[in-house]
Design a protein around this ligand. Structure first.
Ligand code: FUC
Length: 760
């Protein structure tokens, strides 16, 4: 399913521990490339200031205090609930390192620096205290299955601390040699276990009581130390095993036994190589920010953005979405939830769950276009793992139907709550289709994708209501999350249209089920079609009742424009125009994910300047408590998207939106620079992917015109391009020059790269 793709190698070299001038130089290099988020003080709040690290399964939020280091950590299968109760994603625990003799009210020293280097997925903290230079370096390793925290100092014996491991439920920490462990069971019987081991240079470590019936570690006069943390539960994504697998204590022990003998540098190198194999596949340049502004702490940079703009911050935020996906969604694990995998509460907003009416889908819009196909797999596996339990719950709600669908709120055991979101599973199928559309992996499509798509089609085959004139409507739907419940809601109709389209294409590609394929094509033909209403809008309901003043955050009636592919400015200009009218009515300011979706809509409407306007609204520092969503969305100083509160879909949707502004391929052609805003008149991108298994290995543009272009065809086949200006090439191409753009079509061979330059 997964192949190796060209890797733009970045910086494997170790940076932060280079002393003085060298470290500054290295940091300025990263600033120049837009690869650093940083702050000049420790984090006070989890949601808005702490920085995330993660390996797709274990995640940490780092506070970086001088007197006390606090790392709140998670493991993404720690859930309450079961097949019936939704439950909630849980916090796992906290690691505290209380440095002795420091005043906790102490201000950060003047040269304090806390930074997240997203080129290597490493967090670094440096400061000088009492004339001693301190350095910390943290990361979460996917290959080694551990979080690693490394402390060094400019003076021998500088570190004395009390180290505590705190369970977020009620287990006490027990000690075993130089390690601490927490182990327990949630009410649903899910067993969990986390442990740390400490390795020291010089000094001593002793175990002592923590005053709460458990143990803590007492570190004395170490020159430096490394803590290795890991966590696990006995969750398995197999219903046939009642959602339970290997004991977590065993998994924890195995990971620690394997990681502990390795040197810090070995662990770091393995991690950076693994991470960069994904992150390094893409590069983006949208213009330069003056060096002084670029070097500001991120929260100040966000403030300066409103006045001075900052193209490198815009590109950094694009990269950050990729960083967050790699950190929260890795092959073999669970998909990114509403908060990715970072969660400090046992009662988090919306359970930090999997919402099926926009949120989990939006989490994955960036996966294929931004060259992270492997990170898409957890979502697809999740869908697969839910099938059997969803079939049962669907049959209870809709007796006699085949297939399955979902409610809005979902956990990891198939349990769900809130209302039925009947097109939810059909929307999931778009993810299953897209993975094929981008990779052309026919074995995946046949063995994995097709059976799932078919059963969801069968659900609609049984559930759709046939009117006397033959029109098919989805019964009693609800346009999220407002309006009446009634037949033929546009949200439902358009998602079903998309599902049927995907099914028909899959059956054609695999040359199977011809009779059923024709039946589905006939059903698609009879679906109630989108309508244009009295103010020129794309109707949200069959009845023309849309309110032009409705600024609701959901724009579900526009699904056919994005992420669907029925509506396009080229093929269906009237519907595209109606979508534009509706979208304009919704306004430009909203909650985080809503604005991210609007960037994507405007990009699909080929209006780069409007997409950019939304993008600038999205880049707004949200202050206050950061939880009141009537205040509008934006970003916190850690660049987490503020719904508010923190919700990660906006980060992912932003990255997808930028990709959509530069390359689109949802129709049968690849459009380059379809929605380039004037502000990005000159720039370059490497590594975006297009449907048909093409990679835009290099695209450079100047004054809105492409000057250099290389496209790699990984699967062969016809390549159809639509570009803003005439190009020169040595390949045999057919060309047609239009009013606003030029279309090219040429045959490609698998593995070959095709290059173009501006010309006539
Ligand atoms: C949907 C949205 C809310 C929020 C929640 C998690 O219900 O309407 O805005 O994002 O999901």
């Amino acid at each position: 399913m997964v192949r190796k793709i060209l890797c733009f190698s970045l910086f494997i070299t170790q940076i932060v521990f280079a002393p003085g001038a060298k470290a500054q130089q290295a940091n300025s290099g990263l600033h120049q490339q837009g690869l650093i988020i940083w702050d000049d003080k420790p984090a006070k709040t989890w949601m808005t200031e702490a920085y995330p690290i993660g390996n797709g399964r274990i995640g940490g939020m780092v506070f970086g205090g001088v007197a006390q280091e606090h790392i709140q950590f998670n493991e993404n299968s720690l859930w309450t609930g079961d097949e019936n109760e939704t439950g909630a994603y849980q916090a796992f625990g906290d690691l505290y390192i209380n440095f002795k003799g420091k005043d906790t009210s102490q201000k950060a020293p003047a040269n304090y620096r806390r930074q997240l280097d997203i080129s290597r997925s490493v967090q670094q903290i440096t400061y000088t205290d009492d004339a001693i230079a301190y350095q910390r370096e943290y990361f979460c390793s996917f290959p080694d299955k551990v979080m690693v925290l490394h402390f060094t100092a400019g003076k021998k014996g500088a570190y004395s601390a009390i180290i505590k491991l705190k369970d977020a439920h009620n287990a006490i920490a027990t000690a075993d040699g130089k390690s601490l462990q927490i182990a327990g069971k949630l009410d649903n019987g899910l067993a969990y276990n986390a442990a740390i081991v400490i390795k020291t240079e010089g000094g001593t470590v002793t175990v002592e009581p923590d005053g709460n019936g458990g143990s803590q570690l007492n570190l004395n006069k170490a020159d430096g130390f490394t803590i290795i943390l890991t966590a696990a539960t006995d969750y398995s994504n197999k219903r046939s095993q009642h959602w339970r697998g290997e004991a977590p204590g065993l998994k924890v022990k195995q990971a620690l036994t394997a990681a502990a003998p390795k040197t810090y540098l070995q662990l770091l190198t393995t991690h950076v190589i693994d991470y960069q194999a994904l992150f390094g596949r893409m590069a983006l340049n949208l213009g330069n920010t003056p060096a002084q502004q670029r070097a500001l702490p991120t929260y100040k940079r966000l403030l300066a953005y409103k006045k001075d703009g900052d193209p490198q911050l815009e590109a950094l935020l694009f990269r950050y979405g990729r960083y967050l996906l790699i950190s929260s969604s890795r092959k073999g694990g669970l998909p990114a939830n509403l908060q990715g995998l970072w969660n400090e509460s046992n009662n988090p907003p919306w359970r930090s769950d999997y919402h099926s009416n926009i949120n989990i889908q939006m989490n994955y819009w960036l996966a294929e276009p931004t060259n992270l196909s492997e990170c898409h797999i957890p979502y697809l596996d999740y869908i697969n793992s839910m099938r059997e339990v969803k079939k049962e719950s669907t049959r209870k709600e809709y007796p006699g139907v085949r297939g399955w669908t979902v409610k809005t709120e979902n956990n990891i055991f198939g349990g769900s709550s809130f209302l039925w979101n009947t097109p939810g599973s059909a929307w999931y199928m778009q993810g299953i289709w897209e993975h094929y559309a981008f990779t052309k992996d026919a074995a995946y499509l046949k063995n994995f994708g097709y059976p799932i798509i078919k059963e969801v089609v069968e659900f609609w085959d049984d559930h759709l209501k046939r009117r006397p004139d033959g029109t098919l409507v989805s019964p009693l739907g609800w346009s999220p999350e407002h309006g009446p419940t009634e037949d033929g809601v546009t949200y439902d109709q358009e998602i079903i249209y998309d599902l049927f389209t995907n099914y028909i294409e899959v059956a054609d590609i695999l040359r199977i089920d011809k009779v059923y394929r024709d039946h589905v094509a006939d059903m698609r033909e009879h679906l109630l079609k989108p309508k244009i209403g009295k103010w020129g809008q794309l109707q949200e309901w069959e009845t023309d009742r849309d309110d032009p003043k409705d600024t609701h955050r959901h724009s579900s009636n526009l699904f056919g424009l994005h992420p669907g592919r029925r509506i396009s400015t080229i093929k269906t200009p009237e519907l595209a125009q109606a979508a534009k009218v509706s979208l304009s009515g919704r306004g430009d300011v909203s909650t985080g994910w809503s604005m991210a979706w609007k960037m994507n809509f405007w990009a699909r409407l080929q209006d780069g300047d409007h997409a950019y306007k939304i993008l600038t609204n999205f880049i707004t520092l949200v202050g206050g408590s950061g939880v009141d969503y009537n205040e509008g969305g934006g970003l916190y100083s850690n660049l987490f998207c503020a719904h508010p509160p923190f919700q990660i879909d906006g980060n992912f949707g932003y990255t997808a939106g930028v990709a959509e502004m530069l390359v689109q391929s949802q129709t049968d052609e690849i459009q380059l620079l379809p929605a380039l805003p004037q502000k990005w008149a000159t720039g370059s991108v490497q590594g975006l992917r297009a449907r048909g298994d093409f990679e835009i290995t290099d695209m450079q543009w100047k004054d809105g015109k492409i000057v250099k272009l290389s496209i790699k065809s990984l699967a062969g086949g016809q390549c159809k391009l639509r570009v803003p200006n005439v190009l020169k090439t040595v390949a045999a191409v057919s060309k047609s020059v239009g009013k606003n753009d030029v279309a090219y079509s040429f045959k490609t061979q698998a593995g070959k790269t095709y290059s173009f330059i501006a010309g006539s």
